[in-house]
Design a protein around this ligand. Structure first.
Ligand code: ADP
Ligand code: ASP
Ligand code: MG
Length: 411
C-alpha cells in the first residue's frame, strides 16, 4: 500500500469549516488505498498570538516554557481534525509530539533526531489515519520542544522519512512555489519544478513557503516533496533533484526572495588584527543567535576596521546585550543598530555559470536608486541588504528585469 504524508498549514486549518475541507481530502486519499499520515499546523495567527503572550509574560522568557506555550496550537488542530475524520466515518486518531518525535538542540529551534515509527506502523496497518501535530517533539530532557517557526514542514518531512513514506505533500494557501511571493508580486509565475538546491536557497533567504530545514532533510533523505493547494485540485510544484523536460529550458533565475526578518549591527573602530571577528561572532553563536551577512572591512593605514553583520530581528536585543558584555574583549568604539533593513535575493542554478546575472541585479537596483548596505553570494544566489521600505519595489523591479513576470497575468 502506498504510504503518504499530507501536511496542512495554518490557513488550511483555520476554523472548523476548513478542517472539514482538510478531512475530506484526507479521507479521499485513504479511500484511494493509501496509508495516510497527516501533519497539521496551528490555526493561522495562533502561534503569533502565543508568542506575543510569552513576550507579555516575560521579555526574555525561559525557552522551555516558551515551547510549552507555543506548541499548544498544534495540539488543538490535531485533535479537531481527528474528531472531524471520525465524524465522517474514517478511522483516525491523534498523537502528540512527545509520543513520536525525538528532538535535540536548543528549545525554540530544536532539531528532529528520530521518529518512533513502530507506534505509527501499528496504527497505519490497522487502517487508521494518524494525525500528528507539527512543530513539536520531545527534547532529551523529556520536555516539549518546538522546531522553529514554520517547523511543521520539517515535522512532515522527518515523519515521512521516519516511516519510509512514498511521498510528502505540503498543502498550503498557494498552489505551488512561485518565482516570488505572489502576495508581493501578483504577476509571479508558478514553477512546475524547482530543484532542491534552488528551493534550499529560496527558503533560506526568505521564501517561507517551505521551512528551509524541511528542504535539506528531504534532499538528504531523497524524499519526493510537492507543494500544492489545500483548496483547489491543481497540480502543484515538484521539488526535484534535477530539472526535466521543458523545465530545463526555463529562466536562469528560478526566483526572487524577500526577507524582512533582518536587523543590522555595525561595530566601528575595531582593531585590524586577527581574532576580532571571532571574538564578536563566537559569543553570538554560543547564545544560539544566527548571524547571517557579515562584512568586515579595514580602513587602509589606520589599523582600524568596521564589522557589519545581520541577525534575525527577533534576536536583536539579545545580540546587542551579548556584544555589550564582550566590549572589553572586542574593543569597538561605536555600536550602531538598525532594525529597518531587509534582504532581497536572486536564486537560480544559472548564477553558477553567469556572473552577468549579479551585475544585472546591482544595475537594476541602482537604476531605482536603491542603496546596497551589504551583499552576500553563494554558488546559486546573490543577496543584497537594503532599507526595508524599498523591499517591495526591489522585488518587483528584479522580477521584471529577470523576465519572470507571468505574461498571461500581465495581459
Ligand atoms: P503554511 O501555513 O501553509 O505553512 P506559509 O504561510 O508558511 O503557509 O507559507 C505559504 C506562504 O508563503 C504563501 O502564502 C506566500 O505568501 C509565501 N511565499 C513566499 N515566497 C513564496 C514563493 N516563492 N512561492 C509561493 N509562496 C511564497
Ligand atoms: N505553527 C507554527 C508556526 O506558525 C509551525 C508551522 O505552522 O509550521 O510557526
Ligand atoms: Mg509554513
Amino acid at each position: 500500500m502506498p504510504r503518504i504524508v499530507m501536511k496542512f498549514g495554518g490557513t488550511s486549518m483555520a476554523g472548523i469549516e476548513r478542517i472539514r475541507n482538510v478531512a475530506s481530502r484526507v479521507r479521499r486519499e485513504a479511500e484511494a488505498g493509501n496509508e495516510v499520515l497527516v501533519v497539521v499546523s496551528a490555526m493561522a495567527g495562533e502561534t503569533d498570538r502565543l508568542v506575543q503572550l510569552c513576550r507579555e509574560a516575560s521579555a526574555l522568557s525561559d525557552p522551555k516554557e516558551y515551547d510549552v506555550v507555543v506548541a499548544s496550537g498544534e495540539q488543538v488542530t490535531a485533535g479537531l481534525l481527528a474528531m472531524t475524520l471520525q465524524n465522517m466515518g474514517a478511522k483516525a486518531r491523534s498523537f502528540m509530539g512527545w509520543q513520536l518525535v525525538r528532538a535535540s538542540g536548543v528549545h525554540g529551534n530544536a532539531r528532529v533526531e528520530a521518529i518512533e515509527s513502530a507506534t505509527l506502523d501499528e496504527a497505519l496497518k490497522g487502517g487508521t489515519v494518524a494525525v500528528i501535530p507539527g512543530f513539536q517533539g520531545v527534547s532529551e530532557d523529556g520536555r516539549v520542544a518546538t522546531l522553529g517557526r514554520g517547523g511543521s514542514d520539517t515535522s512532515a518531512v522527518a515523519i515521512a522519512a521516519g516511516v519510509k513514506a512514498d511521498r510528502c505533500d505540503i498543502y498550503t494557501d498557494v498552489d505551488g512555489v512561485y518565482t516570488t511571493d505572489p502576495r508581493i508580486v501578483p504577476k509571479a509565475s508558478k514553477l512546475n519544478q524547482v530543484t532542491f538546491d534552488e528551493m534550499l536557497e529560496l527558503a533560506g533567504v526568505g521564501a517561507k513557503v517551505l521551512q528551509v530545514r524541511s528542504v535539506g532533510l528531504a534532499m538528504r533523505e531523497n524524499m519526493p516533496l510537492r507543494v500544492l493547494s489545500a483548496f483547489e485540485d491543481k497540480p502543484g510544484t515538484d521539488i526535484v533533484a534535477e530539472l526535466s523536460g521543458s523545465e530545463m529550458e526555463r529562466n536562469l533565475i528560478a526566483g526572487i526572495a524577500a526577507d524582512r526578518n533582518e536587523a543590522r549591527i555595525t561595530l566601528t573602530g575595531i582593531a585590524d588584527t586577527p581574532g576580532t571577528v571571532a571574538a564578536t561572532i563566537t559569543p553570538l553563536a554560543e547564545a544560539g543567535i544566527q548571524v547571517d551577512m557579515i562584512v568586515h572591512a579595514a580602513t587602509p593605514n589606520t589599523g582600524s576596521s568596521d564589522l557589519t553583520f545581520t541577525v534575525p530581528r527577533a534576536s536583536l536585543a539579545q545580540a546587542i546585550s551579548v556584544i555589550e558584555q564582550g566590549k572589553s574583549v572586542i574593543g569597538y568604539s561605536d555600536l550602531v543598530q538598525d532594525p529597518s533593513v531587509a534582504k532581497v535575493s536572486i536564486v537560480g542554478v544559472g548564477i553558477r555559470s553567469n556572473p552577468a546575472l549579479a551585475a544585472k541585479m546591482f544595475e537594476t537596483l541602482a537604476e531605482r536608486r536603491i542603496n546596497l548596505l551589504a551583499v552576500s553570494t553563494s554558488e546559486i544566489k546573490v543577496s543584497a541588504l537594503i532599507a526595508e521600505d524599498e523591499l517591495e519595489l526591489a522585488v518587483r523591479v528584479l522580477h521584471t528585469a529577470f523576465g519572470l513576470d507571468d505574461q498571461s497575468a500581465a495581459a
